[in-house]
Ligand binder design. Structure first.
Ligand SMILES: [Zn+2]
Length: 283
């Protein structure tokens, strides 16, 4: 399989980029890995890289994006943080990957049986891990269908929270990055969420999360949780707020501050914290 180059990247649309990933995962689950010489690809990419997609996934050892999408060197930008949380540095990496390096598709990839999600469900407190898990807490809050056993011992609950975490992260990309939002609105890049099943190797793209030429919302941030009317009001205010054109963004000095990101402050847990130390659950 050929390494992506400048020409192939420039002719790849967001839809084509998505099809590359779908085809790659189909090869992966059918054990039909593409025939590629990685050492040859080292030579082919020595002068530069033109990846067609950028994938934010979990650090889980079973969810390597290059492997589950059957991609080679120079094909995708891979960003990995436990629970695929959206830190500032992640947004900066995405902006580099898309605006500077020409990637055409952004994917937020969650997965089943996620240790980080389990930690958030159990309100684990442990050093710096607490900060990370607090970023996931709103997803636990937004899961309202499971009324009993809202802990890591309930796999269905954990996977529902993981899916919400994906959608919140997708929404966070367009809410917190004007650069990426403009690119999505203008159809320059596609943005989509997906769930990887660690039991089957299958990636399920969440169709309703697909954005290209338009943006959509799934949840509101913790800071504006309230009635649906309040939500609509807040969203309308955001839509009405003047935003600079892409050219202005590109011309702006690097020190130009972005709009204050919406706080991802943890919500009050629905049940009293019951710290239950767990061994090696991260990832
Ligand atoms: Zn995980």
């Amino acid at each position: 399989m050929r390494t992506h180059n400048k020409d192939s990247q420039s002719t790849t649309t967001p839809e084509i980029a998505l099809s590359y990933l779908r085809e790659g995962n189909a090869r992966f689950v059918n054990n039909l890995k593409a025939n590629r010489n990685l050492l040859e690809q080292v030579n082919e990419t020595r002068a530069g890289q033109w990846p067609f997609a950028t994938i934010l996934s979990c650090i889980d050892s079973r969810t390597s994006a290059e492997l589950v999408f059957d991609q080679g060197l120079g094909d995708i930008f891979s960003i990995r943080l436990a629970g695929n949380v959206l830190a500032e540095a992640v947004l900066g990496s995405m902006e580099f990957a898309c605006k500077v390096a020409g990637s055409r598709l952004l994917v937020v990839l969650g997965h089943t049986s996620c240790g980080a999600i389990k930690g958030a469900c159990d309100q684990i407190q442990l050093g710096n891990l607490s900060t990370l898990l607090n970023m996931i807490q709103p997803s636990v809050y937004y899961e309202r269908t499971v009324t009993e056993n809202r802990t890591s011992s309930n796999p269905e609950f954990v996977d529902r929270v993981a899916r919400i975490q994906v959608l919140r992260t997708v929404e966070g990309v367009i809410e917190r990055s004007m650069v990426l939002r403009e690119m999505v609105e203008q159809g320059e890049i596609g943005l989509v969420g997906a769930m990887y099943d660690v039991a089957t190797g299958t990636v399920d793209f969440i169709e309703e999360s697909w954005m290209c030429g338009h943006v959509r919302h799934f949840y509101v941030d913790a800071s504006i949780v309230g009635t649906s009317a309040r939500k609509e009001e807040a969203m309308a205010a955001r839509r009405a707020a003047p935003r600079p054109a892409v050219a202005e963004i590109a011309a702006a000095p690097l020190a130009q501050p972005e709009p204050q990101p919406q706080a991802q402050a943890p919500l009050q847990p629905q049940v009293p914290p019951q710290p239950r130390p767990r061994a090696a659950t991260a990832g």
